[in-house]
Design a protein around this ligand. Structure first.
Ligand code: 9WN
Length: 438
């Protein structure tokens, strides 16, 4: 597929329109109806899109997000819309974050999401027309980013392994990935909790969203956090969901590397960041690499076992440049195999191994293609010299949007769009794909 000049221009205009429509006063919501509040990694992706044509909005997006940062450095996954009430569940009061001595006065969730933000800040600086202003932005963001990374290593890496854990499926960003089935299926929480989902009210077929059982676990985990007053040590000791996730740690280590770059620009301390980088790279390689399956696996800290199965997140050490050349070759082999590509005409990258029973081509993170994952992996492949494969994924992503619009996720076989429409990160990352340096 060749992208013609006029077509490129049109797609960029359409992408900008999606972001404009989703823009609230100080931030951009992920979608017009389904997600009316600010989401952490979404805002990272969104700011990368803006960085190509609106420096001010790119900076504002992250400044607003970090206003929700907790006293202990945690960056919450949702910062609720300050300007209006939104009717989303879990709603702003549900989290009861004031139970924690570390929370903020803004309404936020009590969990985090993959830490893409240092990478987004570096990108904003690199694409900025007004470098002086962008330097001021980096100076403002640097201590906040550092606090966030410090929080992750202090509280989410209690054994000092160089790998941080997630404590809720939502923290992975890949909510109902089959990766969590083994954990979810054995969780018993006792009596039922009553709540009303709001994600099922938006005319999205139920089969495209997580099940009631999955949602029950999401909500019950939050109830546990409240019971522990969000005390990280207590949660670590008692929670059934403690996972060292490949995607989260890869995104963190790429951000560590970009934070080091930023610290050079703003003349900040570097030695701690360098230690994080070395340790996390080593641990991703030692602990998360599965020699037999030749793939990166998550690690279930509670059962002390690897989490098996081919999820698209297992390719992420390509993005953070944390794997060696031999591993990279193995990953490319797998990406081109029947686990991820059924026939010449199918699209890349399904979120789960298409040969498995759990694979559902329309269900959220259990099969469909997501543009953010394509963006990560395409970037990573290019770094390792797999230019054609990287280009295939970039072109597939553009073709999917051209064919079906700015959907949240896509069918790997037909390219049909699923989930919510006018999804912000699909638009913002398409902009980045289309602005790709020659
Ligand atoms: C829960 C906003 C978010 C994304 C996540 C995606 C989905 C939320 C939901 O939407 O999760 O956090 O309600 O389903 O899985 O990656 O950040 O776009």
């Amino acid at each position: 597929m060749k992208i013609k000049k006029g077509e490129r221009k049109k797609l960029i205009e359409e992408s900008k329109k999606v972001l404009k429509q989703n823009h609230e006063v100080y931030f951009t919501k992920p979608s017009p109806t389904l997600y009316p509040n600010q989401y952490s990694w979404d805002s990272g992706f969104i700011s990368i899109g803006y960085s190509h044509y609106d420096q001010e909005k790119a900076e504002q997006e992250l400044i607003t997000l970090f206003q929700g940062q907790w006293k202990n450095g945690m960056l919450p996954h949702v910062v609720y819309n300050k300007t209006r009430k939104t009717g989303e569940f879990p709603h702003r009061k549900f989290w009861k974050i004031s139970l924690s001595k570390n929370s903020t006065s803004l309404h936020t969730s009590g969990i985090t999401q993959p830490p893409i933000h240092a990478t987004a800040c570096k990108t904003i600086y690199q694409n900025a027309k007004d470098k002086e202003r962008a330097l001021g932005f980096l100076e403002y963001m640097y201590p906040r980013l550092l606090d966030y990374h410090q929080y992750l290593y202090n509280y989410r890496d209690p054994e000092n392994e160089g790998l941080v854990y997630i404590r809720h499926p939502w923290e992975s960003g890949m909510d109902n990935s089959p990766l969590w089935d083994g954990i979810i299926n054995i969780i018993h929480f006792g009596k039922e909790i009553k709540y009303k989902r709001s994600d099922t009210r938006h005319k999205i077929p139920l089969l495209q969203r997580p099940t009631k059982k999955e949602y029950d676990v999401y909500i019950r985990l939050i109830e546990r956090f409240k019971k522990s007053k969000y005390d990280e040590k207590m949660i670590y000791k008692k929670s059934p969901f403690i996972v060292q996730n490949v995607l989260f740690n890869s995104v963190l280590n790429k951000s560590n590397k970009d934070l080091l770059w930023i610290s050079k620009k703003v003349d900040g301390p570097k030695s701690q960041i360098k230690k994080w980088i070395t340790k996390t790279t080593n641990s991703i390689n030692k602990k998360l690499w599965n020699r037999n399956e030749k793939f990166f696996n998550d690690f279930n800290v509670v059962s002390n076992k690897k989490v098996h199965g081919f999820a698209s997140s297992g390719f992420m050490p390509l993005y953070s440049e944390d794997c060696n050349k031999k591993q990279a070759k193995e990953l490319v082999k797998l990406l081109s195999s029947k686990a991820f590509k059924e026939k010449r005409k199918s699209f890349l990258i399904p979120s789960w191994d298409i040969r498995r029973d759990e694979f559902k081509k329309y269900n959220y993170w259990r099969g469909p293609i997501w543009i953010n994952i394509n963006w990560f992996i395409s970037k990573g492949l290019s770094k390792y010299g797999f230019k054609n494969k990287s280009e295939d994924i970039r072109k597939n992503s553009i073709e999917l949007v051209k064919k079906s619009g700015f959907h949240e996720y896509f069918d790997p076989f037909t390219g049909e769009g699923y989930g919510t429409k006018k999804f912000s990160w699909t638009a913002s990352l398409l902009i980045d794909f289309l602005f790709k340096k020659k």
